[in-house]
Design a protein around this ligand. Structure first.
Ligand code: ADP
Ligand code: MG
Length: 287
C-alpha cells in the first residue's frame, strides 16, 4: 500500500498545479540528486520575439520572413509560432507550403511558390555576411533561424527569448532542496546557451544537443544518480521518457511531452517545480 504521507504529498503537489503520475514518481522526485533542464520554453519564457531579420546586400527582409513563416505554419516548435506571429503582424501574405518535413532539433523544409525553402540551423561554410551575423547574434544572446533555398542562405531571423523571471530563484531553491547537479541541455548554440546558463545559475551546459543526444545524456546521468528531466517540446519527449522522473511544461509545451511525462506542470510557472520537489522530499522523509 502507498504510505499515507505519499498520498497526501500527491494531493499537495496537485494543489500547486503539478500532476504527478503516482506515488512511485513522487518518491523518486523526493530522492533525486540531478536535474536536467531544456532551455527554450523551460528556462526561457518560450515565447520568442523575432527581433530582427538580416539579409545580404540586395536581399529582401520581408520576403525572407514570409518564406520562413509559410514553411513553419505546420510546425509545433515555439520558434515556428514566433515567426508565423511576426509575419502576420507585419501583414505578410503567407504561401501554402507543400512537401513539408521537420527534422527535430534542426528545422523544417518545404516547397513554397515553387522554391524549396529550408528554415532552421545552418551548417557548413558560411558566406561573410552570415558569419558576421552569427557572431553578432550569439554575442547578444539571440537565437538565429536561417532561411535558405537551393542556392544557399537568403537571410537570418534573430529571435529573443527572455529567461523566465522566476528561473534564477527556482534554481536556487532546487539546490537548497538537495539537487546537487543542475544541467541545461539545449539544441541551441554554445554561446547563446551559456548566457542563459549563467543568468539562471546551472552547473553545466550541453549545447547543440540533438533529441537523441539529450536521451544519451539523461541515460548517462541516470546511471549515477536519480535524475529528473524537465522539458517542453516534442523534441524533449524521448529524454523525458528516459529519466527517472520526466516533467513536462504542460501549460505551454507540446502535448507529446506531457503524454510520456511522469509529472506535468499545469501552470506556466517554473517555481511550482521547486514547490513540488520540496513537498516530495518532505513526504518521503515522513513516509
Ligand atoms: P531546445 O533544446 O533549446 O528547446 P530544439 O532542440 O527544439 O531547442 O531546437 C534546436 C535548434 O534547432 C533551435 O535553436 C533552432 O535553431 C533549430 N530548430 C529546431 N526546430 C526548428 C523549427 N521548427 N524552426 C526553426 N528552427 C528550428
Ligand atoms: Mg524546448
Amino acid at each position: 500500500a502507498t504510505p499515507i504521507a505519499i498520498v497526501s504529498g500527491l494531493s499537495r503537489v496537485a494543489r500547486r498545479g503539478v500532476l504527478v503520475r503516482d506515488g512511485g514518481s513522487l518518491e523518486l522526485l523526493g530522492r533525486a540528486r540531478t536535474l536536467m533542464m531544456d532551455k527554450t520554453g523551460t528556462l526561457t519564457a518560450g515565447r520568442p520575439r523575432a527581433a530582427e531579420t538580416v539579409v545580404p546586400p540586395g536581399g529582401d527582409r520581408d520576403e525572407v520572413l514570409r518564406l520562413a513563416a509559410s514553411v513553419e505554419q505546420l510546425s509545433p516548435h515555439v520558434l515556428a509560432a514566433a515567426l508565423v506571429r511576426q509575419a502576420r503582424e507585419q501583414g505578410l501574405r503567407l504561401g501554402e507550403p507543400t512537401e513539408v518535413t521537420e527534422e527535430p532539433g534542426r528545422g523544417v523544409r518545404g516547397r513554397v511558390d515553387g522554391r524549396v525553402v529550408a528554415v532552421g540551423q545552418l551548417s557548413g561554410d558560411l558566406p561573410e555576411w552570415a558569419a558576421r551575423t552569427r557572431r553578432r547574434a550569439e554575442t547578444a544572446g539571440l537565437s538565429t533561424v536561417w532561411v535558405s533555398d537551393e542556392r544557399g542562405p537568403l537571410g537570418a531571423i534573430l529571435l529573443e527569448d527572455p529567461v523566465r523571471p522566476d528561473a534564477r530563484r527556482t534554481v536556487r531553491r532546487l539546490r537548497e532542496a538537495g539537487l546537487d547537479r543542475l544541467v541545461m541541455v539545449t539544441g541551441d548554440r554554445p554561446r547563446t546557451a551559456e548566457q542563459v546558463a549563467r543568468a539562471v545559475g546551472v552547473d553545466d551546459v550541453v549545447a547543440q544537443c540533438s533529441p537523441e543526444r539529450k536521451v544519451a545524456r539523461v541515460r548517462d546521468e541516470s546511471g549515477r544518480a536519480v535524475t529528473v528531466m524537465v522539458g517542453d517540446g516534442v523534441n524533449d519527449a524521448p529524454a523525458l521518457a528516459e529519466a527517472h522522473v520526466g516533467v513536462a511544461m504542460g501549460a505551454t509545451g507540446a502535448t507529446a511531452s506531457a503524454d510520456v511525462a511522469d509529472a506535468v506542470l499545469t501552470v506556466d510557472r517554473l517555481d511550482r517545480l521547486a514547490d513540488a520537489v520540496e513537498i516530495a522530499r518532505y513526504a518521503r522523509r515522513i513516509a
